[in-house]
Structures are given as structure tokens and as C-alpha cells.
Design a protein around this ligand. Structure first.
Ligand SMILES: [Zn+2]
Ligand SMILES: [Zn+2]
Length: 515
């Protein structure tokens, strides 16, 4: 673990103390054992029921062999209905070789279906390390260290779980943004898992329907179903109010469906009813949105007041998840829901409407229909990885139409590479193009990015290291410098930054900021 910490210290240019603080939960002294806890390992029993999807995958035998023997890293793109079974099968292979496994999930609540599947398959050998208060987490950590468990499934901190004989680190939904730690040392679970696996001779599996461009750039062996295991995906142009007739028609007959409506609310204010001027927030000029029956600014969250006359009534352009829930209710005979807690439509028949926050690891969907509205909105979102994130959410949602349903996506750009990747169920070409675009933009995939804040000398110090790209802004006499560096220059860059931090020139350094 110290070798891993030292690697993180260099990779993320973070003080060793900060790294060490991240790799173990805060101590709760009253939980500390009086003496060494003896190693208690529950009796090894055959897992309740393990299916073997990987055996028939392209490259499946290779990954299973690596897990049981010599280690290695792989990208696995499971068929949607195999996602949880693939994790269970990989862990079973690891345990059969007498080694232990860590499974990393991006979200704690609701309990990911992958975590439930592991607990069902391996019972008391599994520590579900999700959420909980400080005391519970610390106690679980002590038990893991004492050898009580063979499998740990958890969010980011679990990548440091103190397991001996580690044979597998499995990253579930690798494309999820929550795998990156937003506090110092700002590490990414994918990178730490790969490095830890390498250090201890374990295997690392990155699993996702649509892996990140970063994972794709590693050029690891790709393990995927031998044939097409993807629903039929139809692309239609959005109709009036974002309602294509094909979608309306399909919803009329669907019994269980998910409608992906990424824009929240009921609509946006267009014009002030009192003075007739275009609607804008009186406090900040921002867009006013109707949500839960209230008009509010999407920028500053003030109540909706006309910036010209102070009026409070507006002409509304309808659109957004609340409005979608309303019109879907008008075309279907089954119940329609927009649940606050993400879940699949009920087995008796239901249509669920939701945005990105609804697309979770909920298990095989077996839906009749998945409709993806507003796909073109993704291209307008800011951020280097915005398109990649959008595709990964669409693919997770569309996967719920397996094995017998279908998906319909509304887009005015059917030949867009992201839409084509969704239709084919294969992101390879899209990811290759993303790599080209990001290299052209000066942010090549696989390079290291740092945001340094400090005094005026920061800019020159960064320039010494000959970055691929540097963006400098000055704010209130603070210099903020965004630097993109080849990975082999990070060590020298880090030494300079540490020296400047000691001199008080560098105040803050953030690795791999969300851009
Ligand atoms: Zn505002
Ligand atoms: Zn007005």
C-alpha cells in the first residue's frame, strides 16, 4: 500500500500525508481491537448460482485464465443483461484460485444490482462497503484487514481495501464520473485499480457498455459477446414539442418502458405576460424554468421575476421531464411515474420517465421499449467528456430493452458518430473519433492535466515543463493555470510544484479536473 501511495503522490502531485489520509477511513478509537483480531475466514462454499456468460465471450477465456493465473488488464463490454453476472463470474474465478477480489461501483444508493448479485452469490464472504456512518465504516475496515472477507464491493474508498492475496480489481460502470475523487488527491479509481493490480500481480477488469476514451486509449484486450447482443435501435427525427409520432405510437402499446428525458422541469419561460419582453431572471439575466409548479432561475435559483417590469407570470414553452410525464400519461393505459428514487418500471406494467440520475445499475431491464428524447441536447452540453458521458448513459438505458424489447432515439443527426455507436451497440469508432478530437483540441487522451492556482510566478514555472497545452486566467490577482503534460513529465513537474508550494507561490493544485 505504501508503494501505491508513493505512486499516487507522484501521479497526482499530492502530499504523501494527503494520499495516506485517502487510503484508510478516519479512525474511530473506541472501535480499535484490544489485541490482534485472529483471522476468521468463513468456510468456503460453492456460490449459490453462478452463470457463465464470459465463457462464450470473445476473449472471455483469456480474461478468466488471467484472473486465475497470472493477472493482466482487460476492458469488458458486457451484454446489458449480463452486466451483474459477468462481475459474479469474474469474482468466482478469482475465489476459485484461492485469491480475493475488490469490486468498485460508482454509486452507493440505491444499492447497485452488481453489489446485490455478489452478496447473493457469495453470502458472508462479501463485505458490502457502501455508505454507513464513520463508526460502521471503520469497523468494517478492521474486519476486512483481519481477513474476515474474501470480496469487498464498494465505492471509491474500496479501491484501497486492505485485502491480502488480492487477485482481482473489477471496476463496474467504468465510464461513470463518480469514479473520480473530487477531493485531494483527486485520484481516479480506474488508474489506482490498474496500478494496484500491477503492483500485486492481480487482474484488473474495466467493465462498461461504453468505456471512457481513457480506458480505450490503454489499448487493452477487449472482451465482448461473440455476436450482437444489443436491442434494435431506431433513429427518428424529433416531432412537435420533441414528440416523434413513432415514439408516441410505440408508447401506446408498450407495457413496460423507460423514457429518457434529460431536461428537468415542465418548460422554460419565454415571454413576460405583463410587459411582453423576453423572459429573463431579474437578478442575473439567466433562463427561467418551471419546475414543481414554481418559476425559478436555472443559474442563481432566484424566484422567477421579470428583469424589465418585475412581473411574475410568463408565457411558457413546454418541454422537460415533467411535461413528458404529462403527455405520456395521455397516450398510454398503464401508470406513468417519475420516481425520485431510481427504479425500473414495475413488473405489472408501468412507464418510467427520468433523466441521467435515473440511469443506474438496476439489473436487467427486460423492458418492451426505451425511448431516448432530446439526444441532440448532449452535443450542446459543455465539457470535454460531455458527448462520451451522454453516449454512456444512452447505452446503459437502451440496454434495458434486452432481451426482447427495442429502443427509439430522437435525433436530427442520425449519422452523428455517437448516435451510430448507440445503434450498433459498439462505441469503438466513436471513441477513436473522440481521441482525434481531443488531441486536436490540445487535450490528448492519456495526457496528465493539472489546474494550478497561485501567484504570478506560476505561469513561468509551468511553462518550463513544456506543456502540450497551457490555459492561463487571472482572477483577483490569483493566477489559475491549466496545464496538459505528457505523463513522463509529471514527476519533474511535481517536484517543481512541490518546491513552489513550500515557497508559498502555489496555493492549490488539482489533478485531472472535470473539464
Ligand atoms: Zn438568476
Ligand atoms: Zn415584464
Amino acid at each position: 500500500m505504501l508503494r501505491l501511495a508513493r505512486w499516487m503522490q507522484e501521479r497526482y502531485v499530492a502530499p504523501l500525508a494527503t494520499v495516506l489520509g485517502a487510503i484508510a477511513p478516519p479512525r474511530v478509537a473506541s472501535e480499535d481491537p484490544a489485541a490482534d483480531v485472529p483471522q476468521v475466514r468463513p468456510a468456503v462454499r460453492r456460490p449459490a448460482s453462478v452463470s457463465h456468460p464470459l465463457v462464450d465471450y470473445r476473449g472471455g477465456q483469456d480474461v478468466l485464465r488471467a484472473i486465475t493465473r497470472h493477472g493482466g488488464a482487460f476492458v469488458v463490454r458486457p451484454a446489458p443483461e449480463d452486466e451483474q453476472a459477468v462481475a459474479v463470474e469474474a469474482v468466482a474465478a478469482c475465489l476459485s484460485a484461492g485469491r480475493r477480489a475488490v469490486v468498485l461501483v460508482p454509486e452507493a444508493s440505491p444499492m447497485p444490482a452488481t453489489a446485490s448479485a455478489l452478496a447473493a452469490a457469495f453470502g458472508e464472504r462479501v463485505c458490502v462497503f457502501l455508505g454507513g456512518d464513520r463508526r460502521t465504516r471503520y469497523r468494517a475496515w478492521l474486519e476486512i484487514r483481519a481477513g474476515r472477507y474474501d470480496v469487498v464491493v464498494g465505492t471509491r474508498p474500496a479501491v484501497f481495501a486492505p485485502l491480502d492475496d488480492l487477485g482481482l480489481l473489477f471496476v463496474s460502470r467504468e465510464s461513470h464520473a463518480a469514479h473520480r475523487e473530487d477531493r485531494a488527491p483527486y485520484h481516479h479509481v480506474r488508474e489506482v485499480a490498474l496500478r494496484r493490480a500491477e503492483l500485486v500481480g492481480a487482474s484488473c477488469v474495466l467493465s462498461a457498455a461504453c468505456p471512457t476514451a481513457e480506458a480505450a486509449a490503454l489499448e487493452l484486450p477487449i472482451v465482448a459477446p461473440a455476436g450482437r447482443r444489443w436491442p434494435s435501435v431506431e433513429v427518428v427525427r424529433p416531432g412537435p414539442e420533441g414528440r416523434a409520432p413513432r415514439v408516441v405510437e410505440a408508447l401506446r402499446t408498450a407495457r413496460r418502458a423507460f423514457v429518457y428525458a434529460p431536461v428537468p422541469g415542465y418548460g422554460v419561460a419565454q415571454v413576460c405576460r405583463s410587459c411582453g419582453n423576453p423572459a429573463a431572471c431579474a437578478s442575473c439575466g439567466g433562463l427561467l424554468r418551471v419546475e414543481d409548479g414554481r418559476v425559478r432561475c436555472i443559474v442563481c435559483e432566484s424566484d422567477g421575476v421579470c428583469s424589465v417590469c418585475g412581473g411574475r407570470t410568463f408565457g411558457i414553452r413546454r418541454g422537460g421531464a415533467e411535461r413528458v410525464e404529462e403527455w405520456v400519461g395521455g397516450v398510454t393505459a398503464v401508470p406513468v411515474a417519475r420516481p425520485a428514487r431510481p427504479r425500473l418500471p414495475r413488473p405489472a406494467g408501468e412507464i418510467v420517465v427520468g433523466g441521467a440520475e435515473s440511469v443506474r445499475d438496476l439489473g436487467p431491464g427486460e423492458l418492451d421499449l426505451v425511448a431516448i428524447l432530446d439526444a441532440d441536447a448532449a452535443a450542446r452540453r459543455p465539457g470535454l467528456a460531455a458527448r462520451e458521458r451522454a453516449l454512456s448513459v444512452w447505452m446503459e438505458a437502451a440496454g434495458w430493452a434486452r432481451p426482447a424489447g427495442r429502443a427509439i432515439v430522437q435525433s436530427s443527426h442520425p449519422s452523428d458518430p455517437a448516435i451510430q455507436a448507440l445503434v450498433r451497440g459498439n462505441p469503438d469508432r466513436f471513441l477513436q473519433r473522440e481521441r482525434d478530437l481531443r488531441a486536436a483540441a490540445g487535450f490528448p487522451v492519456g495526457a496528465a492535466t493539472f489546474r494550478v492556482t497561485g501567484g504570478a510566478d506560476v505561469e513561468a514555472a509551468v511553462a518550463e515543463h513544456d506543456p502540450i497545452t497551457t490555459l492561463v486566467t487571472t482572477r483577483e490577482s490569483r493566477t489559475v493555470c491549466l496545464a496538459v503534460l505528457p505523463r513522463d513529465r509529471v514527476a519533474a513537474f511535481g517536484r517543481t510544484m512541490r518546491r513552489l508550494a513550500a515557497d508559498g507561490v502555489v496555493e492549490r493544485l488539482e489533478a485531472e479536473p472535470h473539464l
